[in-house]
Each structure stands twice: as structure tokens, then as C-alpha cells.
Design a protein around this ligand. Structure first.
Ligand SMILES: [Zn+2]
Ligand SMILES: [Zn+2]
Length: 368
């Protein structure tokens, strides 16, 4: 079928085109996209910062939509089902079978190469194969995804589905760092570095978890103000604070129990580790590229018995985790609707500009 899609033919470029989309294969569904979030990983892919990327490719990996057609082997979804699309995984490697699809052996190929599990592509343009980012490609009117990475959503009115886009990536990443890795006990302290969509989601998860000291660190005053509205108890403007680590240690009376780093700034990973008290846990999710930091192993990590953890996609098993997040959203406890700014699909380039400049925390593209 002919569909409209934003195609990146070469590094740094993106244009709306008519392309051909193949029908879904046995384990796949065809989804009419209602809305799609813009994530920094899309920008990193379009700009060529990710080694496995191929062009041409259709980006977008935070789609929400309606199933129009299901392959013969799909028994979990049917036409008419509302779905949040999420990251792909192979389903048969040891990590997937162990309930850790975020650590899938085939993660890099499936996320970035544009090919589906069987190595083929679903989109073509004038006969040339076009990749689908995250085996999804939701910057398009329709997307094909494996049923494994389409999570059925129930009980959310159609006019509110658009708020759920980043459940599939950003919100899942931020909340998952807290719920799945830190697992904070009530009454503990948690620091969030970076108040974008991921960091704000981590703040919300810390509040749900009963953390009593939730410190948000950023350099943009409007973001820090919003962090307070969604659950932070204290903010630190890192642009105005001489020693962020010392400030956190002062506020928490000796160091935080937990820290999550979502700013993507390598130095913040080190601050996340150093601001902890003994036995503390720092989780890092968002650096792009070959950044390195130097850790004082004995006094910074070993002697105080700290944990320094890397994590993708919030350590989430999406078919189990996303429905829980949807319930928190329905109950008003995960106010991700406060993070979004909507754009018509045709204004996709402006959405990326506003994401980059910080005008929008979570841009969402709307389709007809
Ligand atoms: Zn796997
Ligand atoms: Zn993402």
C-alpha cells in the first residue's frame, strides 16, 4: 500500500514522501499511526551518531495507533486493538527467554539497522528498500511491527491515546530505571540528573515509590519548575551551583540513596556515582557515542560498596511493564501529559528543532 512517511535518505536529512509498505508477515501487525513521539535517539540516528544505522530509513519508535491487520500467527492482537509500540527484541535468545528483552542479543541490529528479525525491510521507495527504525518506523501514517513490540492498551479514550507515545521508550526508560533497578524503599532519597522526558518520568516514578527526597538537577529553570510540579521535592540548577555533588550531600545529609542519570552528559554519570551515600545505586541510561569517565575505584565505588549500573529501555519487559504504566497514567499518578507538545506530522522538522533547543520536552507528532 502507498503511505506517507518521513524518509531520511542520507545523514541529517528528512523529507515527507509517498512510499510503498508491504503487508504484515505472519507474526506482524499493520498499525495505523495516530501519534508518534520524537526521541533523542531518533535525532542521534538521523544525524549519523549510531554505528549500525543504514539509509534510507524511516525513523520514529514511539508510535501509538490502531491495529488494522494481523498476520496469521498473531494471537494476541486483532484489528481494532489500540496499541503502544515499543522496542523490538528477537524473542528467542537467552536474554529474551529470561525475561530481559532489553538486553536482547540482537538489540543493535533490531534497533538501528532498519531491518526486521528476518533481515528484510518492509518499506520501499521507487523500488529501493527503506529501513524502519526499531523495526517500527512510526514517522509514517502506517507501520508494520512484530506483535512482540505492540502492547495492547485498554481503557484509555481515543482522544487521550496520543499522550501514551513515549510509554514505548522515554517514559519506560525513566520509570524503569527507578521501578526496575533502583527499587527505592519509601522514605529514601533519589536524585535525577537531566529533566527531559526520561528524567521527568524518573521523578514521577520516585514519587510513586514513596521517596521523600527527590532532587532534580538541570540547567533550565522552566524544566526545574515543571519537575517540582510532577514530584520533585528540591531542585538544583547546575549552571548556578558550584559543586553539585556537595550540594546533594548537604541536602541528603551525607549522600543520596539512589541517582539516575538521563542528561547524556558524561560528567553527570560520575556525579551520579559520587553523590551517593554508602550502599547507594546509580543508574545510567543515556550517553550517545564513545564517551568515557574516570572512576576512583577504591574510594568512589568499592570502599563505600556502591552500585554503578548501565541500563537500556528501563530494564523493561514491555508486555508486562507498559500496561502497569498505563494504569498509573489512568489514575493520574504518571502525569506525562504535562511533558508533551503537539505538532502536525508535516511540521516534523520543527518538532526536532524544538526538541534540540529545549522548547519542547516531548514533542509528539499527530497524524490525520
Ligand atoms: Zn533476544
Ligand atoms: Zn527512544
Amino acid at each position: 500500500m502507498k503511505i506517507t512517511a518521513a524518509v531520511t535518505r542520507s545523514k541529517g536529512e528528512l523529507s515527507i514522501e509517498q512510499v510503498d509498505l508491504a503487508p504484515p508477515k505472519q507474526s506482524e501487525v499493520l498499525v495505523k499511526i495516530l501519534a508518534a513521539g520524537v526521541c533523542h535517539t531518533d535525532a542521534a540516528g538521523i544525524q549519523g551518531f549510531i554505528p549500525w544505522i543504514t539509509y534510507p530509513q524511516v525513523f520514529g519508535h514511539e508510535g501509538v495507533g490502531i491495529v488494522e491487520e494481523a498476520g496469521d500467527a498473531v494471537d494476541t492482537l486483532k484489528p481494532g486493538d489500540r496499541v503502544a509500540l515499543t522496542f523490538p527484541s528477537c524473542g528467542h535468545c537467552g536474554f529474551c527467554l529470561d525475561g530481559a528483552p532489553y538486553a536482547c542479543d540482537h538489540l543493535n541490529e533490531l534497533f538501528f539497522s532498519g531491518a526486521y528479525k528476518d533481515g528484510t525491510r518492509r518499506i520501499s521507495l521507487n523500488g529501493e528498500a527503506v529501513g524502519s527504525f526499531f523495526a517500527q518506523g512510526s514517522f509514517a501514517a502506517y507501520a508494520i511491527v512484530d506483535a512482540r513490540n505492540a502492547v495492547k492498551v485498554t481503557g484509555v479514550p481515543d482522544d487521550r491515546l496520543k499522550y501514551l507515545c513515549s510509554m514505548g521508550c522515554g517514559v519506560q526508560t525513566g520509570t524503569g530505571m527507578v521501578f526496575n533497578r533502583c527499587k527505592p524503599e519509601p522514605g529514601t532519597s533519589l536524585v535525577v540528573f537531566g529533566c527531559g522526558g526520561v528524567g521527568m518520568s524518573a521523578v514521577m516514578a520516585a514519587a510513586i515509590s514513596g521517596c521523600t527526597e527527590i532532587i532534580a538537577v538541570d540547567i533550565v529553570p522552566s524544566r526545574l519548575k515543571l519537575a517540582l510540579e510532577v514530584g520533585a521535592t528540591t531542585t538544583i540548577n547546575a549552571a548556578e551551583t558550584k559543586d553539585v555533588v556537595a550540594k546533594i550531600q548537604e541536602i541528603t545529609n551525607g549522600g543520596a540513596h539512589y541517582a539516575v542519570e538521563s542528561s547524556g552528559i558524561p560528567g553527570c554519570s560520575l556525579q551520579a556515582l559520587l553523590c551517593l551515600r554508602r550502599l547507594g545505586t546509580a543508574v545510567v541510561c543515556s550517553v550517545t557515542g564513545p564517551a568515557e569517565i574516570s572512576i576512583p575505584i577504591e574510594m568512589g565505588l568499592m570502599n563505600p560498596s556502591k552500585k554503578f549500573v548501565g541500563l537500556t529501555e528501563g530494564g523493561s519487559n514491555p508486555q508486562v511493564f507498559i500496561p502497569k504504566l498505563v494504569e498509573y497514567f489512568k489514575a493520574g499518578r504518571l502525569p506525562i501529559d504535562k511533558l508533551v507538545k503537539f505538532y502536525d506530522f508535516k511540521d516534523i522538522n520543527r518538532a526536532f528543532e524544538d526538541s534540540h533547543s529545549g522548547v519542547a520536552i516531548k514533542p509528539i507528532l499527530l497524524f490525520d
